[in-house]
Design a protein around this ligand. Structure first.
Ligand SMILES: *Cc1c(COP(=O)(O)O)cnc(C)c1O
Length: 385
């Protein structure tokens, strides 16, 4: 039986929601976006929420709204999806990488504090795999003037100490990309309690224009607009926004299913050579991915064995400074934990519609791979994950 890496759960009846937008005069960002933004403000307990066309565009718009650009430094973890660093480069600023904690794979907060210079304008902590970074502890090691922009692409429904993304940072950015826990194919959102940032963001998501398309035609008379600052084009159309509301309404139920599936993986893989990140007692992970670490340089052999068994698996992620664009000679020595995790990790299928018999098939294929790849006698990784 083949088990895909991912299967979306958007039912065919969502077509009616899209049809309702097609029957309205407004296709791009309009009343349906505003409804979802109200839902997001309530869900996250924040002052402002703005839907965007992706996490990436939301992040570029946020950096532009904060006037971060050439000459500025932004601290990012070395273990994340490359987008976290790319957006910093896109606005002309410099990403400064720091390593992650071997237990949680989250940004090492001590190293983040040590990486601060007079040029540092922001830190982008990543709530990797669904577990929130401890934002108050990050705040304690960086100056008040340095902004905290949470990469919450993996963490819509996760919490730490009962707080959600965006409540304690300066902004949190979500992704509604096809494989994320809440999705509309492509999309994202920026939430913030900083209303000055929210005002600037309203412009930077629309080329810097002083009035949105909906506002320009308010009252049926045309209003002139100005551009006082540079922006990007980051707004989400109503056609896609309309897919989000029902998923947000049932997110807690979906999280229970993800949690149960993760615990089944953990129980079945206990005692094998595989390791996975620890979730702190004060955190509720959104359980976006189930990554494991394969020791002994056997990751690719296990990936191949899973592929031959029809099991979809992928890699989240290789160490960003190991990628050609960011490659530094010292990457392996400077970011040892991100490096070794990135050389050994693979992600298993995890989604609410994954059936137990499918999951058992994944586990059986993994167990077989331990013998066929010679993993049982493998050297442990030089880092104790
Ligand atoms: C998916 C992802 C992004 C990018 O999201 P898009 O909506 O595809 O732009 C950024 N950061 C992390 C950690 C991600 O997983």
């Amino acid at each position: 039986m083949a088990v895909p890496f991912y299967r979306h759960a958007l039912p065919a009846c969502y077509a009616e929601r899209v049809a309702s937008v097609l029957a309205s005069p407004f296709l791009t960002s309009g009343p349906r976006c505003q409804e979802v933004e109200t839902t997001l403000r309530r869900f996250f307990g924040v002052g402002s929420a703005k839907l965007t066309s992706s996490w990436t565009q939301g992040a570029v718009a946020t950096l532009l709204a904060l006037d971060i650009g050439p000459g500025d430094e932004v601290i990012v973890p070395a273990m994340t999806f490359a987008a976290t660093a790319n957006v910093v480069r896109q606005v002309g600023a410099t990403p400064i990488f720091v390593d992650v904690d071997a237990r949680t794979l989250l940004m090492d907060l001590t190293q983040a504090g040590q990486a601060v210079t007079t040029r540092t304008r922001a830190v982008i902590p990543v709530h990797l795999y669904g577990q929130m970074v401890d934002i108050p502890s990050l705040r304690a090691v960086i100056p008040e003037s340095v902004k905290i922009i949470e990469d919450a692409a993996h963490c819509f429904e996760g919490t730490r100490d009962g707080r959600r993304p965006g409540q304690l940072g300066d902004a949190a950015i979500f992704s509604f990309y096809a494989t994320k826990n809440v999705t509309c194919g492509e999309g994202g959102a920026v939430v913030t309690n900083d209303l000055a940032l929210a005002d600037a963001l309203a412009q930077t998501v629309q080329h810097g224009m002083s009035a949105s398309a909906a506002r320009r035609f308010e009252g049926h008379t045309y209003r002139h607009w100005d551009i006082a600052r540079l922006g990007t084009k980051a707004n989400l159309p109503d056609l896609l926004a309309v897919l989000l509301e029902p998923q947000i309404a049932e997110i807690d139920l979906q999280l229970q299913i993800r949690e149960r599936l993760c615990r089944r993986y953990e129980a079945a893989l206990a005692g094998t050579p595989f390791k996975w990140p620890t979730i702190d007692a004060d955190a509720v992970s959104a359980r976006h991915l189930f990554p494991i670490h394969v020791p002994g340089g056997a990751r690719d052999a296990v990936l191949n064995a899973l592929g031959e068994a029809g099991i979809g698996a992928t890699v989240n992620y290789r160490c960003v400074p190991a990628l050609s664009l960011y490659r530094t000679a010292q990457a392996q020595l400077r970011y040892p934990i991100s490096w070794h995790w990135g050389e050994g990790t693979l992600s298993l299928p995890l989604y609410p519609s994954l059936r137990e018999d499918e999951q058992d098939e994944v586990i059986a294929a993994l167990r077989r791979s331990i013998a066929t790849t010679g993993l049982s006698g493998a050297e442990p990784a030089p880092i104790a994950f």
